[in-house]
Design a protein around this ligand. Structure first.
Ligand SMILES: C[S@@+](CC[C@H](N)C(=O)[O-])C[C@H]1O[C@@H](n2cnc3c(N)ncnc32)[C@H](O)[C@@H]1O
Length: 209
């Protein structure tokens, strides 16, 4: 997505990505026709800080793409942390696996291939941090499926909650689905949440019950 002047300003005042993550971004740009699915450094550094301050140890990510946010979060996790990341596209998988294998933090990552709505129920245990960033049309279903497995005090971070502003007029099926999730979270007494005007909108919800 196009960056605004204020995005550029924010990026200029935000921590750089690690050398290997920069390499991953370049490789993604070289190999693929488009890379606008990358969540980007503003979201990436936000995820890294949230992982560190929350003390998260068991992370679930929906939507790996080429591994930018997975590797960013894995770098922020402690040595005994674990991150499960869901993807179904084999072309993106090969780039992600290359960089997970190359990075020291990659040993904390388990890449789960297949449709996430089918693979997540097969994963065992609960999570203390979730990053939802794929399959927007099914965002409400992921929330219902994953929230019961989010530990009390755990965080769920949702990307693209503005869908380029289309949620306001509910333009298109994806915008309708994202707006539905935004309303579900706002009405859900089991979470407290903040919707941040970072990039395409990022919600941070914390389970309170
Ligand atoms: C927005 S991208 C993820 C970007 C990534 N989090 C990052 O920051 O680099 C969404 C990814 O989810 C994948 N995806 C879409 N629907 C999916 C599904 N139902 N199950 C698993 N992966 C899916 C797409 O192939 C795409 O790579």
């Amino acid at each position: 997505m196009d960056l605004t002047a204020i995005d550029e300003y924010a990026l200029a005042h935000t921590t750089e990505d690690s050398p290997i993550i920069k390499e991953l971004i370049s490789a993604s740009e070289d190999d693929l026709e488009y890379t606008d699915m990358l969540s980007g450094r503003l979201v990436g550094r936000l995820l890294a800080i949230l992982i560190k301050v929350s003390g998260a140890k068991r992370v679930l990510e929906v939507g790996t793409f080429t591994g930018y946010s997975a590797l960013t979060m894995a770098e922020a996790l402690p040595g005994n942390g674990q991150l499960f990341t869901c993807e179904y596209n084999e072309r993106y998988e090969s780039i992600a696996r290359h960089f997970f294998n190359k990075s020291n933090a990659g040993s904390k990552i388990k890449l789960v291939m297949g449709k996430a709505l089918e693979t997540i129920p097969k994963l065992e245990g609960s999570f203390d941090f979730v990053f939802l960033d794929a399959d927007k049309i099914n965002y409400p279903d992921y929330y219902e499926m994953i929230l019961p497995r989010l530990e009390s005090g755990g965080l769920m971070v949702v990307d693209n909650v503005f869908w380029d502003g289309d949620v306001i007029h509910k333009k298109g099926e994806k915008a309708k689905a994202i707006d539905k999730l935004n309303n579900m979270i706002a009405d859900d007494k089991s979470v407290e949440q903040v919707m941040l005007t970072v990039r395409d909108g990022v919600t941070v919800a914390r389970r309170v019950d």
